[in-house]
Structure formats: C-alpha cells, structure tokens
Design a protein around this ligand. Sequence first.
Ligand code: SF4
Ligand code: SF4
Ligand code: SF4
Length: 320
Amino acid sequence: MAKPKLALYWAAGCGGCDVAVLDTNEKLLDIAKLFDIVLWPIATDFKYHDVRVMADKSIDLCLFNGSIRSTEHEEMARLLRAKSKVLIAFGACACHGGIPALANFSNRDEILQKVYMDEPSNSNEQKTMPQIKTKVAEGELELPEMYDTVKTLAQVVPVEYFVPGCPPPVDLILKVVDLYAAKKLPPVGATVASDKTCCDECDRIKEEKKVAKFYRPHEIITDPKKCLLEQGVICCGPATRGGCGMTCVKVNMPCRGCFGPPPGVVDQGAKMLSAIASIYQGDSPEEIEKMLKEVVDPAGTFYRFGMADSLLKRKRLNKI
Ligand code: SF4
Ligand code: SF4
Ligand code: SF4
C-alpha cells in the first residue's frame, strides 16, 4: 500500500524548526517508514516544480515552518495549501509570526537602509540595494519581493492545526506523528499543546508577593525554587500556553512566550503587561517611571514571538 505523503517547508525562519525534526534522532527513521517524504528543502533535493505538478490534495500532511515575509513564502504557502490535505503551522514563526515578525516594528525600506547602507561594517560605496529584477548578459534575474509586513501562515491561507514552540519540542513533534498515524488528530483549528498556561504547569513556589524592582536575568541570582516573576525577573508564564515541559524555567531562565497565548487570550503582550501591572507594588507616577526604565525593551519582551498575531500587528506605516 502506498505510504501517506509528508512535506516539510521553511519560509521566514531560522532553520531551527527543521533541526528540531532532525532532533527526533532514531525516531526519524520511524517517520521515514511511516511517510513518503515529498518535499523537505533543508534535507532533500526536491524542486518547487515537483510540487507544482502534483495533484491537488495529494500531500497528506504538510509541516510548514516560518512566517510569511516575501512573495516566495506566500506563493509556497498557497501552493502547499492547494496540494495538502492537512496543513500544520509548525513552530512559533508560522503560528504567531515569531522572531521575524519583530521586523513589524520597522518597515522594508528602513530595514534595507540599515542593513545595506548604515551598518558600520558595510563596504557599499556604490550604494547597491537588492533589486527584484536585474538584467545580466544571460537575461533577467528575479528575486522574491520582501514585504513590509510579516504575517503568520493562517493570515495567508487556512490552516488545520497549530504546533507552537521555538522550535516545537521533540515530544510534541512525535505526538503529532503518533496522532496522525492513529487517525486521532484533534478537531480542525486546534493547537497541539496544553490548554493550561506555563504558570499552571510550573512547580515553583508562588507566594502572591508584590515586586518592588524588575531585573534582567543577569542582574540577580534568583532562588531556583521560587517564582521568577515574584523575584522581579520578567517571566511570560502567565501569558503563555503550556506544553513545552517548562524547558526554560527548569534551567532558571524566564519563559519568553514561545508557545504563544493560552486559550481565551487574544493578545499575549497585553496579557503580560496586565500581569506586570498587577504584580508591581508602586503606583505613584515616580515609581511607574522607575519601573518603565527597569523593563528594558518592553515591545521586544512582550511581543517577542507574537507581534504578527497581536492586535497591533505592526507599527503604523504612515504617520498621520
Ligand atoms: S519558530 Fe524558532 S526555531 Fe522555528 S523557524 Fe522560527 S525562530 Fe527558528
Ligand atoms: S511566572 Fe514563570 S516562574 Fe513564575 S510561576 Fe509562572 S512560569 Fe513559573
Ligand atoms: S518556557 Fe516559555 S519560552 Fe521556554 S520553551 Fe516553554 S513556552 Fe517557550
């Protein structure tokens, strides 16, 4: 009997989600036994053309990592949507925008100017900028166009499931494979992770204490048994979906929110701001001013993985 077909694709991401699949180690052989892998750019030499000529819905399962940042990513998202029965937003970038969506605090022209012109290590005397089309002796070369705004996969095409994490942990990857093999995938639209928050799954002692000062992790030696947030280290556990195994908190590092918002929370950053406000003991204008100085890079801290998916989505493009 023919094996089900599996595609893995990367759009705007770092490659870590693909490495997480490789981190399944010998279980990768079980995945290869179960599926016929028909696309996996990081590991195998299939061409986009091979996908274009496939019949619609001929891919049984597609794990799509990375956010949508360029015309190439959008074209592949639409193509893989058409060819796949089950399309999974795989990893924080595909689910919520992830680290690439921090670019939404800027725009394309500002990014290109900074990267190609303003960086002190650049040597670009001719002020060459990337072009979409370039004429050379052999003809015209074309590059994908970079968008102003980074989007999640589901903001471009319908998606059946979400597997969060930066990257998704190996246990979760194997759970998805097992659920698929057992024909026990959850209802369409589900996030394959916990329905609780990280705080619900954290076994550190919580004392309902107010905080007088916030610290960056390197500025304080914390008690490894007690809640990091109550010790003044910003930990996004209250605003983050559980299911990761508390990887960061177990090694005394605060949660940064890579599993996205828990069920019922629309905007992860706003939820985290509200958690910080409720735990801070000061309320005079001077104390609030002091606290704002202690919370370094609030946008990058509270929206580190979820800017594209937030209510803000991006910085305003045109000033009124
Ligand atoms: S979710 Fe994390 S590991 Fe995966 S591609 Fe994005 S940045 Fe990389
Ligand atoms: S804020 Fe962080 S350290 Fe505190 S209970 Fe929640 S996850 Fe644990
Ligand atoms: S503790 Fe938070 S940042 Fe770390 S893996 Fe879990 S969800 Fe992601």
